[in-house]
Design a protein around this ligand. Structure first.
Ligand code: MLT
Length: 408
Protein backbone atom coordinates (compact mmCIF):
# COMPACT_ATOMS: atom_id res chain seq x y z
CA UNK A 1 0.00 0.00 0.00
CA UNK A 2 1.44 3.34 -1.03
CA UNK A 3 1.37 5.80 1.85
CA UNK A 4 1.06 9.48 1.15
CA UNK A 5 3.35 12.10 2.70
CA UNK A 6 0.86 13.20 5.33
CA UNK A 7 2.67 16.44 5.89
CA UNK A 8 0.96 17.64 2.70
CA UNK A 9 -2.41 17.08 4.40
CA UNK A 10 -1.49 19.73 6.97
CA UNK A 11 -1.60 22.33 4.18
CA UNK A 12 -5.23 23.35 4.49
CA UNK A 13 -5.75 25.79 1.65
CA UNK A 14 -4.28 25.81 -1.85
CA UNK A 15 -1.13 27.80 -2.51
CA UNK A 16 -2.07 31.48 -2.27
CA UNK A 17 -1.73 32.54 -5.91
CA UNK A 18 -3.55 29.58 -7.49
CA UNK A 19 -6.34 30.19 -4.92
CA UNK A 20 -6.63 33.80 -6.09
CA UNK A 21 -6.54 32.56 -9.70
CA UNK A 22 -9.37 30.15 -8.94
CA UNK A 23 -11.58 32.90 -7.48
CA UNK A 24 -10.81 35.26 -10.34
CA UNK A 25 -11.51 32.54 -12.94
CA UNK A 26 -14.87 31.77 -11.27
CA UNK A 27 -15.79 35.47 -11.34
CA UNK A 28 -14.67 35.82 -14.96
CA UNK A 29 -16.72 32.87 -16.16
CA UNK A 30 -19.82 34.22 -14.37
CA UNK A 31 -19.23 37.75 -15.75
CA UNK A 32 -17.66 37.33 -19.20
CA UNK A 33 -18.41 40.97 -20.11
CA UNK A 34 -16.32 42.43 -17.26
CA UNK A 35 -12.70 43.46 -17.83
CA UNK A 36 -10.59 42.35 -14.89
CA UNK A 37 -7.38 44.19 -13.94
CA UNK A 38 -4.83 41.92 -12.29
CA UNK A 39 -2.49 43.50 -9.76
CA UNK A 40 -2.26 40.39 -7.61
CA UNK A 41 0.67 38.09 -8.28
CA UNK A 42 3.98 39.88 -8.76
CA UNK A 43 4.40 38.91 -12.39
CA UNK A 44 6.18 41.25 -14.77
CA UNK A 45 4.48 42.67 -17.86
CA UNK A 46 7.31 44.40 -19.76
CA UNK A 47 9.21 42.27 -22.31
CA UNK A 48 12.85 41.21 -22.19
CA UNK A 49 15.14 44.08 -23.16
CA UNK A 50 17.10 44.29 -26.47
CA UNK A 51 20.55 43.44 -25.06
CA UNK A 52 19.13 40.41 -23.27
CA UNK A 53 17.21 39.29 -26.34
CA UNK A 54 20.24 39.64 -28.59
CA UNK A 55 22.34 37.42 -26.31
CA UNK A 56 19.45 34.97 -26.01
CA UNK A 57 19.04 34.71 -29.82
CA UNK A 58 22.76 34.36 -30.41
CA UNK A 59 22.97 31.55 -27.87
CA UNK A 60 20.03 29.77 -29.50
CA UNK A 61 21.90 30.02 -32.82
CA UNK A 62 24.97 28.50 -31.17
CA UNK A 63 22.82 25.55 -30.13
CA UNK A 64 21.95 25.04 -33.80
CA UNK A 65 25.61 24.91 -34.82
CA UNK A 66 27.31 21.48 -34.47
CA UNK A 67 30.61 23.15 -33.60
CA UNK A 68 29.16 25.27 -30.81
CA UNK A 69 26.29 23.10 -29.62
CA UNK A 70 26.15 22.47 -25.87
CA UNK A 71 24.71 19.53 -23.97
CA UNK A 72 24.57 19.38 -20.20
CA UNK A 73 26.16 22.41 -18.64
CA UNK A 74 27.73 22.65 -15.21
CA UNK A 75 25.00 22.09 -12.58
CA UNK A 76 26.28 25.14 -10.67
CA UNK A 77 25.97 27.40 -13.71
CA UNK A 78 28.39 28.50 -16.42
CA UNK A 79 31.49 30.34 -15.24
CA UNK A 80 30.71 33.35 -17.46
CA UNK A 81 27.50 34.01 -15.52
CA UNK A 82 28.80 33.18 -12.05
CA UNK A 83 31.79 35.45 -12.61
CA UNK A 84 29.61 38.30 -13.85
CA UNK A 85 27.38 37.93 -10.79
CA UNK A 86 30.30 37.82 -8.34
CA UNK A 87 31.91 40.89 -9.87
CA UNK A 88 28.85 43.06 -10.43
CA UNK A 89 26.49 42.12 -7.63
CA UNK A 90 29.00 41.47 -4.87
CA UNK A 91 32.61 42.54 -5.35
CA UNK A 92 31.50 45.96 -6.65
CA UNK A 93 29.75 46.46 -3.28
CA UNK A 94 32.73 45.29 -1.26
CA UNK A 95 31.29 41.83 -0.55
CA UNK A 96 33.74 38.98 -0.23
CA UNK A 97 31.87 36.63 -2.59
CA UNK A 98 33.45 34.78 -5.51
CA UNK A 99 32.06 32.83 -8.44
CA UNK A 100 32.68 29.58 -6.55
CA UNK A 101 30.18 30.56 -3.85
CA UNK A 102 27.37 30.95 -6.41
CA UNK A 103 24.85 28.41 -7.69
CA UNK A 104 22.78 29.44 -10.71
CA UNK A 105 19.25 28.06 -10.71
CA UNK A 106 15.87 28.35 -12.39
CA UNK A 107 14.30 30.44 -9.65
CA UNK A 108 14.37 31.73 -6.12
CA UNK A 109 11.03 30.13 -5.40
CA UNK A 110 12.62 26.72 -6.06
CA UNK A 111 15.80 27.57 -4.17
CA UNK A 112 14.08 29.03 -1.10
CA UNK A 113 11.81 25.99 -1.15
CA UNK A 114 14.52 23.38 -1.72
CA UNK A 115 17.25 24.67 0.52
CA UNK A 116 15.62 23.51 3.75
CA UNK A 117 16.29 19.92 2.57
CA UNK A 118 19.94 20.11 3.57
CA UNK A 119 19.05 20.89 7.19
CA UNK A 120 17.89 18.52 9.92
CA UNK A 121 14.17 18.24 10.58
CA UNK A 122 14.99 19.08 14.18
CA UNK A 123 15.79 22.70 13.36
CA UNK A 124 13.39 25.35 14.55
CA UNK A 125 12.57 27.76 11.77
CA UNK A 126 11.56 31.37 12.23
CA UNK A 127 9.67 33.46 9.70
CA UNK A 128 8.30 36.97 9.56
CA UNK A 129 4.54 37.34 9.67
CA UNK A 130 3.37 38.29 7.03
CA UNK A 131 5.66 36.10 4.93
CA UNK A 132 6.20 34.79 1.40
CA UNK A 133 4.27 31.48 1.77
CA UNK A 134 6.94 29.30 0.13
CA UNK A 135 9.22 29.42 3.19
CA UNK A 136 6.47 28.07 5.44
CA UNK A 137 4.76 25.61 3.12
CA UNK A 138 7.98 23.85 2.12
CA UNK A 139 8.91 23.32 5.77
CA UNK A 140 5.43 21.93 6.40
CA UNK A 141 5.85 19.53 3.45
CA UNK A 142 9.20 18.41 4.84
CA UNK A 143 7.67 17.60 8.23
CA UNK A 144 9.32 20.32 10.25
CA UNK A 145 6.00 21.48 11.79
CA UNK A 146 2.92 20.24 13.58
CA UNK A 147 -0.65 21.04 12.63
CA UNK A 148 -2.12 24.37 11.59
CA UNK A 149 -4.18 26.27 14.17
CA UNK A 150 -7.36 28.27 13.55
CA UNK A 151 -5.34 31.37 12.64
CA UNK A 152 -3.39 29.45 10.00
CA UNK A 153 -0.13 29.24 11.97
CA UNK A 154 1.76 25.95 12.24
CA UNK A 155 2.87 24.42 15.49
CA UNK A 156 6.64 24.45 15.80
CA UNK A 157 7.31 27.51 13.64
CA UNK A 158 8.45 30.73 15.30
CA UNK A 159 6.45 33.59 13.81
CA UNK A 160 7.92 37.08 14.09
CA UNK A 161 5.06 39.58 13.71
CA UNK A 162 5.88 42.58 11.53
CA UNK A 163 3.54 45.40 12.41
CA UNK A 164 3.07 49.00 11.45
CA UNK A 165 4.44 49.98 14.88
CA UNK A 166 7.77 48.22 14.21
CA UNK A 167 8.06 49.51 10.64
CA UNK A 168 7.25 45.95 9.50
CA UNK A 169 10.62 44.74 10.78
CA UNK A 170 10.79 41.46 12.71
CA UNK A 171 12.25 41.39 16.20
CA UNK A 172 15.04 38.95 17.05
CA UNK A 173 13.56 35.61 18.22
CA UNK A 174 13.37 35.39 22.00
CA UNK A 175 13.67 31.62 22.15
CA UNK A 176 15.38 29.01 19.98
CA UNK A 177 15.50 29.51 16.23
CA UNK A 178 18.05 27.79 14.01
CA UNK A 179 17.05 28.86 10.52
CA UNK A 180 15.64 32.34 10.02
CA UNK A 181 14.09 33.44 6.75
CA UNK A 182 14.48 37.16 6.08
CA UNK A 183 13.33 38.98 2.95
CA UNK A 184 14.47 42.54 2.16
CA UNK A 185 13.14 44.52 0.37
CA UNK A 186 10.20 42.66 1.79
CA UNK A 187 7.53 40.77 -0.02
CA UNK A 188 4.73 41.59 0.83
CA UNK A 189 5.18 44.75 2.96
CA UNK A 190 7.87 46.53 0.92
CA UNK A 191 9.86 47.22 4.12
CA UNK A 192 13.64 47.51 3.91
CA UNK A 193 16.35 46.86 6.48
CA UNK A 194 19.23 49.26 7.17
CA UNK A 195 22.82 48.10 7.65
CA UNK A 196 22.38 48.49 11.41
CA UNK A 197 19.30 46.27 11.44
CA UNK A 198 20.99 43.58 9.36
CA UNK A 199 24.10 43.80 11.55
CA UNK A 200 21.98 42.91 14.62
CA UNK A 201 20.73 39.84 12.75
CA UNK A 202 24.24 38.79 11.73
CA UNK A 203 25.47 39.20 15.33
CA UNK A 204 22.52 37.23 16.66
CA UNK A 205 23.00 34.43 14.10
CA UNK A 206 26.72 34.12 14.81
CA UNK A 207 26.14 34.00 18.57
CA UNK A 208 23.43 31.36 18.21
CA UNK A 209 25.10 29.35 15.43
CA UNK A 210 21.92 29.97 13.46
CA UNK A 211 21.66 30.52 9.71
CA UNK A 212 19.94 33.42 7.98
CA UNK A 213 18.20 32.52 4.73
CA UNK A 214 18.22 35.94 3.12
CA UNK A 215 15.88 36.50 0.19
CA UNK A 216 17.04 39.53 -1.78
CA UNK A 217 14.94 38.94 -4.89
CA UNK A 218 13.82 42.59 -4.90
CA UNK A 219 17.18 44.29 -4.20
CA UNK A 220 17.20 46.00 -7.60
CA UNK A 221 14.26 48.15 -6.50
CA UNK A 222 16.19 49.85 -3.68
CA UNK A 223 16.37 53.59 -4.34
CA UNK A 224 18.50 54.74 -1.38
CA UNK A 225 22.26 54.07 -1.50
CA UNK A 226 22.47 53.63 2.26
CA UNK A 227 20.29 50.52 2.19
CA UNK A 228 22.25 47.29 1.70
CA UNK A 229 21.46 45.19 -1.37
CA UNK A 230 23.09 42.09 0.06
CA UNK A 231 23.45 40.52 3.49
CA UNK A 232 27.16 40.12 2.62
CA UNK A 233 27.57 43.89 2.92
CA UNK A 234 27.49 43.15 6.65
CA UNK A 235 30.82 41.94 8.07
CA UNK A 236 30.61 38.34 9.30
CA UNK A 237 27.62 37.42 7.10
CA UNK A 238 29.65 34.83 5.16
CA UNK A 239 29.72 32.80 8.35
CA UNK A 240 25.97 32.78 8.92
CA UNK A 241 23.97 33.59 5.77
CA UNK A 242 22.76 32.13 2.50
CA UNK A 243 21.39 34.62 -0.03
CA UNK A 244 18.81 34.20 -2.81
CA UNK A 245 18.68 36.47 -5.85
CA UNK A 246 16.69 36.39 -9.04
CA UNK A 247 16.56 37.83 -12.54
CA UNK A 248 12.77 37.44 -12.49
CA UNK A 249 11.72 40.83 -11.21
CA UNK A 250 14.98 42.62 -12.00
CA UNK A 251 15.14 41.81 -15.69
CA UNK A 252 11.72 40.39 -16.61
CA UNK A 253 12.68 36.71 -16.32
CA UNK A 254 9.55 35.33 -14.62
CA UNK A 255 8.83 33.30 -17.74
CA UNK A 256 12.47 32.81 -18.78
CA UNK A 257 13.64 31.45 -15.40
CA UNK A 258 17.04 32.31 -14.00
CA UNK A 259 18.16 33.03 -10.45
CA UNK A 260 21.06 32.25 -8.17
CA UNK A 261 21.84 31.34 -4.59
CA UNK A 262 24.99 32.12 -2.67
CA UNK A 263 26.14 29.42 -0.26
CA UNK A 264 29.52 30.75 0.86
CA UNK A 265 32.27 28.18 1.07
CA UNK A 266 33.05 27.53 4.72
CA UNK A 267 29.53 28.34 5.97
CA UNK A 268 28.89 25.76 8.67
CA UNK A 269 25.97 23.85 10.13
CA UNK A 270 26.59 21.27 12.83
CA UNK A 271 26.22 17.53 13.32
CA UNK A 272 24.78 16.09 16.54
CA UNK A 273 28.20 16.01 18.13
CA UNK A 274 28.61 19.72 17.47
CA UNK A 275 31.15 19.30 14.67
CA UNK A 276 30.96 21.96 11.98
CA UNK A 277 29.97 20.72 8.51
CA UNK A 278 30.59 22.86 5.43
CA UNK A 279 27.22 23.43 3.72
CA UNK A 280 28.62 24.35 0.30
CA UNK A 281 29.55 20.78 -0.71
CA UNK A 282 26.25 19.53 0.69
CA UNK A 283 24.19 21.93 -1.42
CA UNK A 284 26.44 21.07 -4.35
CA UNK A 285 25.74 17.38 -3.75
CA UNK A 286 22.01 18.09 -3.66
CA UNK A 287 22.06 20.16 -6.83
CA UNK A 288 24.23 17.76 -8.79
CA UNK A 289 21.85 14.94 -7.87
CA UNK A 290 18.53 16.67 -8.46
CA UNK A 291 19.23 19.46 -10.95
CA UNK A 292 20.84 19.64 -14.37
CA UNK A 293 21.36 23.36 -14.53
CA UNK A 294 19.73 26.24 -16.37
CA UNK A 295 19.78 26.17 -20.16
CA UNK A 296 22.75 27.79 -21.90
CA UNK A 297 20.71 30.40 -23.84
CA UNK A 298 18.96 31.49 -20.65
CA UNK A 299 22.28 31.90 -18.84
CA UNK A 300 23.66 33.88 -21.79
CA UNK A 301 20.55 36.09 -21.65
CA UNK A 302 21.05 36.61 -17.90
CA UNK A 303 24.73 37.48 -18.35
CA UNK A 304 23.70 40.22 -20.79
CA UNK A 305 21.98 41.99 -17.89
CA UNK A 306 25.50 42.90 -16.70
CA UNK A 307 26.64 44.50 -19.96
CA UNK A 308 26.57 48.28 -20.23
CA UNK A 309 23.51 48.21 -22.49
CA UNK A 310 21.81 45.53 -20.39
CA UNK A 311 22.25 47.48 -17.19
CA UNK A 312 20.81 50.62 -18.69
CA UNK A 313 17.81 48.81 -20.12
CA UNK A 314 17.11 46.98 -16.90
CA UNK A 315 17.23 50.26 -14.99
CA UNK A 316 14.52 51.41 -17.40
CA UNK A 317 12.32 48.41 -16.55
CA UNK A 318 12.70 49.04 -12.85
CA UNK A 319 11.97 52.74 -13.25
CA UNK A 320 8.77 51.91 -15.14
CA UNK A 321 7.55 49.61 -12.36
CA UNK A 322 8.51 52.11 -9.68
CA UNK A 323 6.52 54.76 -11.55
CA UNK A 324 3.53 52.40 -11.21
CA UNK A 325 4.34 52.07 -7.52
CA UNK A 326 4.32 55.86 -7.18
CA UNK A 327 0.94 56.10 -8.92
CA UNK A 328 -0.50 53.40 -6.68
CA UNK A 329 0.85 55.03 -3.53
CA UNK A 330 -0.38 58.50 -4.42
CA UNK A 331 -3.78 57.52 -5.69
CA UNK A 332 -4.51 55.17 -2.78
CA UNK A 333 -3.34 57.77 -0.26
CA UNK A 334 -5.63 60.31 -1.90
CA UNK A 335 -8.48 57.82 -1.43
CA UNK A 336 -7.75 57.87 2.31
CA UNK A 337 -5.86 54.59 2.59
CA UNK A 338 -2.80 54.19 4.77
CA UNK A 339 -0.16 52.97 2.35
CA UNK A 340 3.22 51.31 2.99
CA UNK A 341 5.88 49.97 0.64
CA UNK A 342 6.29 50.98 -2.98
CA UNK A 343 9.42 53.09 -2.39
CA UNK A 344 12.18 50.47 -2.41
CA UNK A 345 9.97 47.60 -3.51
CA UNK A 346 7.42 46.87 -6.23
CA UNK A 347 4.70 46.07 -3.68
CA UNK A 348 2.18 48.38 -2.05
CA UNK A 349 0.88 47.28 1.34
CA UNK A 350 -2.29 49.08 2.27
CA UNK A 351 -4.63 49.00 5.21
CA UNK A 352 -8.14 48.03 4.26
CA UNK A 353 -9.90 50.59 6.48
CA UNK A 354 -11.05 47.85 8.82
CA UNK A 355 -12.32 45.26 6.30
CA UNK A 356 -11.03 41.67 6.43
CA UNK A 357 -8.42 41.01 3.73
CA UNK A 358 -10.49 38.43 1.79
CA UNK A 359 -13.64 40.59 2.12
CA UNK A 360 -11.70 43.46 0.65
CA UNK A 361 -10.52 41.16 -2.14
CA UNK A 362 -14.09 40.08 -2.92
CA UNK A 363 -15.43 43.64 -2.75
CA UNK A 364 -12.78 44.93 -5.16
CA UNK A 365 -13.30 42.04 -7.55
CA UNK A 366 -17.08 42.34 -7.55
CA UNK A 367 -17.41 46.12 -7.56
CA UNK A 368 -14.54 47.33 -9.72
CA UNK A 369 -12.99 44.12 -11.10
CA UNK A 370 -9.56 44.87 -9.66
CA UNK A 371 -7.48 41.99 -8.29
CA UNK A 372 -4.87 42.29 -5.56
CA UNK A 373 -3.59 39.90 -2.90
CA UNK A 374 -5.27 39.60 0.51
CA UNK A 375 -2.73 40.39 3.23
CA UNK A 376 -3.90 37.52 5.40
CA UNK A 377 -2.79 35.13 2.64
CA UNK A 378 0.75 35.97 3.80
CA UNK A 379 -0.03 35.24 7.46
CA UNK A 380 -2.11 36.19 10.45
CA UNK A 381 -0.43 39.59 10.91
CA UNK A 382 -1.44 40.43 7.32
CA UNK A 383 -5.14 40.45 8.23
CA UNK A 384 -6.65 43.85 7.49
CA UNK A 385 -4.01 44.52 4.81
CA UNK A 386 -3.99 44.14 1.05
CA UNK A 387 -1.10 43.98 -1.41
CA UNK A 388 -0.98 45.55 -4.85
CA UNK A 389 1.76 44.59 -7.27
CA UNK A 390 3.36 47.42 -9.25
CA UNK A 391 4.25 45.04 -12.11
CA UNK A 392 1.08 45.71 -14.11
CA UNK A 393 0.91 47.79 -17.28
CA UNK A 394 0.82 51.49 -16.47
CA UNK A 395 -2.49 52.09 -18.26
CA UNK A 396 -4.03 49.24 -16.27
CA UNK A 397 -2.66 50.60 -13.00
CA UNK A 398 -4.20 54.00 -13.76
CA UNK A 399 -7.48 52.42 -14.81
CA UNK A 400 -7.56 50.35 -11.61
CA UNK A 401 -7.05 53.46 -9.53
CA UNK A 402 -9.74 55.36 -11.51
CA UNK A 403 -12.15 52.53 -10.91
CA UNK A 404 -11.41 52.40 -7.19
CA UNK A 405 -11.66 56.16 -6.80
CA UNK A 406 -14.99 56.15 -8.60
CA UNK A 407 -16.61 53.04 -7.26
CA UNK A 408 -15.24 51.87 -3.98
C1 MLT B 1 4.47 37.28 -5.50
O1 MLT B 1 3.50 37.75 -6.09
O2 MLT B 1 4.58 37.30 -4.27
C2 MLT B 1 5.53 36.69 -6.34
O3 MLT B 1 5.11 36.48 -7.63
C3 MLT B 1 6.02 35.49 -5.73
C4 MLT B 1 7.07 34.81 -6.52
O4 MLT B 1 7.95 35.45 -7.08
O5 MLT B 1 7.02 33.59 -6.52
Amino acid sequence: MALVNENYLKLKAGYLFPEIGRRVAAYASAHPDKKIIRLGIGDVTLPLTPAVLKAFHEAVDEMADPARFKGYGPEQGYAFLREAIAKNDYQSRGCDITADDIFVSDGSKCDTGNLQEIFSLENVIAVSDPVYPVYVDTNVMAGRTGAQDASGQYEGIVYMPCTEASGFLPELPKGRADLVYLCFPNNPTGAVASKEVLATWVDWARKNKAILLFDAAYEAFITDDRIPHSIYEIPGARECAIEFRSFSKTAGFTGTRCAFTVVPKGLLAYDRKGNGVDLHPIWNRRQTTKFNGVSYPVQKAAAAVYTEAGRKEVRGLIAAYMENARILRERLSAMGYTVHGGVHAPYIWLKTKGQGSWDFFDTLLNKVQVVGTPGVGFGKAGEGYFRFSAFGEKSQVIEAMDRMAGGH
